[in-house]
Design a binder for this molecule. Structure first.
Ligand code: SF4
Length: 350
């Protein structure tokens, strides 16, 4: 069974207030024109995460960039000829892009955009914890800093985590997992591996509530329930599909259901609606609306990305991601293991 490590020394993460950008049509058009001109002038490509605004997602695609999960964002930036990658997302995504693309300039729309999982797992607490458990293979989720990735043996995304842990378990390895405790418990249940869990969590996914979800399921008995595994165990237990952002979008497109209840950041709805026009997409309930949730199904750090800041970053060159080369070299090793594992899986399936 998995065991947990109580984070006595780590303060609770305070999410920033939700501040979304409000622009009138003329401002929006003017900003988009400036951004498009700058992307071209600076040989830059915009890569956006599924949780950013619909406007940024559309702009990324209109200008030849991509909308995806964090790893695909980095891979896309690597394969693209542009010498500058502009990241619409949060800090660990910019760092991952830089780790995999050291020769390119990587800009963040807002370098202060964090992630509660990354903040929950500071390297100066995590590294001694790993050192205290040398018998365990260190597996970290992609939502971590470059320094934490550098200490890990493996980096995994939510889409591949269970398969990699299963592989390590079959080799007889014991796992030290960080930072998301819900994803860690889910992987532990699926694989049966011996996992020591760090106690981090995502402020967005942790707010989903099983009781309220059951009520909504009662009102929409035909709806398939799609849940990201950063959600609490009681919510995962109600899911028809548990998966990464990309897997959940695929489920909306591929399942025959006409309606879905979705427990992940509602920024993803933009891509889900595009993938399956006409299907009904409902937000899974949080503690929200007059109650206690701080995120209410949208990440306050992702909301820090906007058109005004994007134009300013391109015009000033501010927000460049820099990583110590020794840290980068260590971090790329643990990410490459995952990429090689995924490539070997694809070869076997071909
Ligand atoms: S939604 Fe959660 S996991 Fe994703 S960036 Fe925001 S805090 Fe991090």
């Amino acid at each position: 069974m998995g065991t947990s490590y109580p984070l006595m020394r780590i303060p609770a993460v305070q999410a920033p207030p939700m501040i979304e950008e409000h622009l009138d049509a003329a401002e929006r058009d003017a900003l988009k024109a400036r951004i498009k001109a700058q992307l071209q002038a600076q040989d830059a490509v915009l890569v956006a995460h599924y949780y950013t605004s619909a406007e940024l997602q559309d702009l990324a695609e209109e200008t030849g960039g991509c909308v995806s999960d964090s790893l695909e964002m980095a891979r896309f930036g690597h394969a693209h000829a542009a010498s500058t990658i502009v990241v619409a997302g949060v800090r660990f995504m910019g760092e991952t892009a830089k780790i995999l693309n050291p020769e390119k300039r990587v800009l963040m729309i807002d370098p202060a955009a964090e992630c509660s999982l990354d903040l929950n797992c500071p390297a100066d607490a995590f590294i001694p914890f790993c050192d205290a458990h040398p018998e365990r293979t260190v597996v970290v989720y992609s939502n971590t800093s470059a320094a934490v990735k550098a200490r890990a043996d493996w980096v995994v995304t939510s889409g591949i985590a269970a398969r990699i842990v299963c592989h390590l378990h079959e080799r007889g390895e014991k796992i030290l997992w960080a930072p998301d405790r819900h994803l860690g418990r889910y992987v532990q249940r699926v694989t049966g591996a011996d996992m020591l869990l760090w106690e981090g969590s995502c402020v967005v996914h942790e707010a989903f509530r099983a009781d309220a979800l059951k009520q909504l399921m009662g009102q929409h008995p035909e709806a398939a329930v799609l849940v990201h595994p950063e959600s609490p165990e009681s919510v995962i237990a109600l899911a028809d599909v548990v998966g990464s952002t990309t897997q959940l979008i695929d489920a909306v497109r591929d399942l025959p259901n006409a309606s879905f209840i979705v427990a992940t950041d509602n920024g993803i709805f933009h891509k889900m609606k595009a993938a399956a026009p006409g299907k009904l997409i409902l937000e899974a309930p949080t503690a929200g609306e007059g109650a206690t949730c701080t995120s209410c199904a949208h990440c306050p750090w992702m909301a820090m990305n906007g058109l005004r800041k994007l134009a300013a970053v391109l015009e000033t060159g501010a927000g460049e991601v820099r990583i110590d080369e020794a840290v980068r070299v260590q971090a790329v090793r643990s990410i490459t293991r995952m990429l090689d594992f995924a490539a070997a899986e694809r070869r076997r399936a071909a």
